[in-house]
Ligand binder design. Sequence first.
Ligand code: ADP
Ligand code: MG
Length: 349
Amino acid sequence: MIKFDEVHKRFPNGTTAVHDLSLEMPEGQITVLVGSSGCGKTTTLRMINRMVDPTSGTIRLAGKDILESDAADLRRGIGYVIQQSGLFPHRTVLDNVATVPLLLGWGRKKARSRAAELLETVGLAADAGKRYPHQLSGGQQQRVGVARALAADPPVLLMDEPFGAVDPVVRTQLQDELLRLQKDLAKTIVFVTHDIDEAVRLGDRIAVFRTGGHLVQCAEPAELLARPADDFVADFLGAERGLKLLSLSTLAGLPQGPAPEGGRWELALDSARKPLGWRDGDAAADSPLLPVRALRDGDSLLSAVNESIASPAGLVARVDADGVLTGVTARAEIHDHAGEAHISAGAAA
Ligand SMILES: Nc1ncnc2c1ncn2[C@@H]1O[C@H](COP(=O)(O)OP(=O)(O)O)[C@@H](O)[C@H]1O
Ligand SMILES: [Mg+2]
């Protein structure tokens, strides 16, 4: 665990970047620091690896005051990923990833095989290792940045807007990838972003900052969305915070019934019983099917609400992991459930 105790940072020019911050970042979890530009997120992050020292207060890592550790030793246990990947342009991707293991005296062969393994872990093809950073896309470069930060297997990972410069589709992929990795690695991750959707997606806990380096609220995503501490947090979460809350629950518990028969709408299936689309009984026989987006148990309640509105029949088709129809759930049932999700998230807060 990383523990901030009344940490204050005032730069020599008089700017207070972080104001009396007390915050715990639990071991093995992702703590997201979120807030608009200039509210002290990067400074908070950089105090953890001592790139910036606090003016007052203490920061403990695994119980030990970080000022008592040698800065170089401390950093060996902390991976750092930044927005512009920070890769060395004249080294191959493989050598970039092998940098830290080499510095740790691993020997060339071992360092390189570790690097190759990590490239695979972050979802890059083996031949990417031979290229130079500029020969990769922005998203691939960020993957290399993550691989490099993981090279020495540090227990702590600091990530400063790592996916800020890539397009939304790649960004979502990188977020998924990070969550997948984290399932196995269980690192203590401190992740900075100004994007509340990214915070809700990734965070086990979210700390919302306001200009002047003030922490306004730190809570689990559901609690934050259901019970923002004040108008500032509510505004920051945005008008759709009710819908965002639904992105945190899944469809798993919702009852389903058999697909309709004999009425206006019928679900067309292929020979493996996978949904193809809705057939309108009132339309001409050769009319095209209306699209269906079948959902799995792990899909979010938000996607179910969306599909329940889009579905002409007012029914959401449910499928198993192989895409085979298991049943349908009615719009009213989904909306009732969405309302309950709100009430229970609010009550838990
Ligand atoms: N080295 C520095 N010297 C003076 N002021 C700084 C320095 N670094 C950051 N600041 C100021 O501290 C505040 C917080 O900055 P920063 O931590 O980078 O915010 P964020 O990452 O949330 O955008 C800003 O007002 C910024 O201008
Ligand atoms: Mg910053």
